[in-house]
Design a protein around this ligand. Structure first.
Ligand code: FES
Length: 578
């Protein structure tokens, strides 16, 4: 099969193995695939690759077999030939040292398997936090028609009459256990209830954030973000996705026509309006970098000032993903955000975002997506901070922070790294008060390595048992999108490469002003320079393997923590504009 408008090879004729004779390569390929029982007529159809990220280690993708079956049905109904293939699958709680360490590896795997194998379009099945970013990054670089299928959220459970879901409630109950408010029997009972089915975390954590972002980017079929994993709605989305992939193959609707500057802006707008995970910024920055766009954090912050949080989901609000779905999902949100969106941005359907919003029908009464005049939070969920402690920027999820602490000056209580934190945070003799600021170093991109979600520093036990629920915390790491607190993250440059954070000492004064977007270490420039000279930082390194590649090429948070050689060869612009 060849395109009507070009002689580019299609279907099985694409990506031929190099034997020096293309005719022989195709002959051999067909001979081998016929060993699986295919006919020539099947092999002449457009080939739709389906990325299978099912894994026993990844319950967030536990419905992958059913999804693949439904995608295949959609592909075949539309006249295509479905071919599923495996790539790396990453689950948050089964990835050491942290899933983020493996995100770029998964993106390379995705990109290269799309390139290496013959396919006219690809369906990316992802869900758990790092999988959707990795797939969008890889597909962006591979460049063929691509469509994202989200695995979908888990159902919520119940503990003693209270509805619970991962993972905001995991943290809340664990905090209560640490504070000795509940005993070992009760925390064990809670453990059975937090994850009531396969699927991704049920709150507006990173997985749900990336699902909403994927739809806002135009990379899913309309309504693709919200159906829970085990519902018939999710299976229908999968079938539609398969059919749409065939259409995209015929129309050569390549990913560069969808992942435009306009689409990236829409995604940032949505990230702010859903009170999304701070990880969403890092991932969007990496995706934008693959398409040749730098993210202007100051412009993003300005965008945040005019974008209220409208989606009332935990951790910023009260509901869960299944409620968001019943409230209309992304259609309800996008309709509300319409005046702020680039409506001409193209989606995988071949129609624009504006056309899809109009096609979704009228609004109806519900209490999960708020109207503009009754927001959950008056500004976007995420604020960008600057100052001598973070010359390259830092962020805070203000919608999930304690309003009392957002203008705060305090004494630094410093932990040098994760091990130091683990050893001392619960010590009875830790010199700490509720007015202090906890500082954790060396959990940035190179520091840990992989920028783990350790920025959610636990409340020291001696304060927790006194009833302290929040304290200002600062690090160069990330935190789970399901976490709550006055927590400054992504301090750039990180301490492991000699950023100012490396030189904070116990007892230093630090000022956080979210209203002024300021994060300052209250010492002079001369003192900071003298400390840097007296204690120079040696960057971490490795002798071989993936870890060496990681240390040698990983970028900072403001470049998406992508490997430098994976970003677009030529940058073409900045997003968001102005
Ligand atoms: Fe997979 Fe939360 S652990 S989505």
């Amino acid at each position: 099969m060849t395109d009507d408008t070009s002689n580019k090879p299609r279907g099985l004729r694409k990506s031929l193995t190099s034997y020096g004779d293309n005719g022989f390569s195709l002959f051999l390929r067909k001979a081998f695939i016929k060993g699986a029982g295919y006919t020539d007529s099947a092999l002449d159809r457009p080939v739709i690759g389906i990325v299978n990220t099912g894994s026993a280690y990844n319950p967030c993708h536990g419905n992958a077999p059913q999804l693949i079956e439904a995608v295949k049905r959609g592909v075949m109904l539309a006249g295509g030939l479905p071919m599923d293939f495996p790539t790396i699958s990453i689950a948050e709680s089964f990835s050491q040292p942290t899933s983020m360490y493996l995100r770029n590896l998964m993106s390379i795997d995705t990109e290269e398997m799309i390139r290496a194998q013959p396919m006219d379009a690809v369906v990316l099945i992802g869900g758990c936090d790092k999988t959707v970013p990795a797939q969008l990054m890889g597909a962006a670089s591979a460049g063929i028609p691509s469509i994202q299928l989200i695995t979908g959220s888990m159902l919520t459970g119940a503990h003693r009459g209270e509805r619970v879901g991962a993972c905001t409630d995991c943290r809340r109950y664990w905090g209560r256990f640490r504070a000795e408010e509940i005993n070992a029997d009760e925390i064990a009972a809670v453990n059975n209830q937090l994850v009531a089915s396969v699927g991704t975390c049920s709150v507006m954590g990173t997985a749900s954030t990336m699902a909403c972002i994927a739809e806002a980017l135009g990379m899913t079929v309309p309504g693709g973000a919200s159906p829970p994993a085990v519902t018939s709605d999710r299976m229908r989305i999968a079938e539609l996705t398969g059919a749409q992939a065939v259409k995209m193959a015929h129309e050569q609707l390549t990913i560069d026509k969808i992942l435009t500057a306009e689409a990236l802006e829409n995604a940032m707008r949505v990230l702010l309006a859903i009170g999304g995970s701070t990880n969403g910024i890092v991932h969007l920055t990496a995706i934008a970098g693959r398409m040749g766009y730098e993210v202007d954090l100051k412009a993003l912050d300005r965008m945040g000032r005019e974008t209220p949080v409208l989606v009332d989901l935990k951790p910023s609000g009260a509901h869960y993903m299944e409620d968001f779905h019943k409230a209309g999902g992304m259609a309800s949100l996008l309709r509300e955000l319409k005046p702020l969106l680039n409506l001409d941005a193209l989606t995988v359907t071949g129609r624009t975002l504006g056309e899809e919003i109009d096609a979704a029908g009228p609004a109806f009464a519900q209490d999960v997506v708020r109207p503009f005049d009754r927001p959950v939070y008056p500004q976007g969920g995420i604020a960008v901070l600057e100052g001598n402690l973070a010359p390259g920027g830092a962020i805070i999820k203000q919608s999930a922070a304690d309003a009392r602490l957002m203008e705060h000056e305090g004494r630094a209580v410093v932990f040098e790294n994760g091990a130091d934190l683990a050893a001392r945070i619960d010590a009875d003799d830790l010199d700490v008060t509720p007015d202090d600021i906890l500082v954790l170093k060396n959990i940035g991109p190179k520091g840990a390595p992989g920028m783990p979600e350790a920025g959610y520093i636990p409340i020291p036990r001696k304060l927790a048992v006194q009833g302290v629920k929040d304290i200002v915390r600062i690090s160069d790491g990330r935190m789970s999108g399901t976490a709550f607190g006055t927590i400054v993250l992504h301090v750039t440059p990180e301490s492991a490469i000699g950023g100012p954070l490396a030189h904070v000492r116990n007892g230093d004064r630090i000022r956080l002003s979210v209203s002024k977007r300021e994060l300052s270490l209250l010492i002079s420039d001369e003192e900071l320079a003298a400390r840097a000279q007296a204690s120079p930082v040696t960057e971490p390194s490795a002798d071989r393997g993936y870890r060496k590649l990681f240390y040698d090429t990983v970028t900072q948070a403001d470049k998406g923590v992508d490997f430098d050689f994976l970003r677009a060869a030529r940058m073409r612009g900045v997003t968001p504009r102005g």
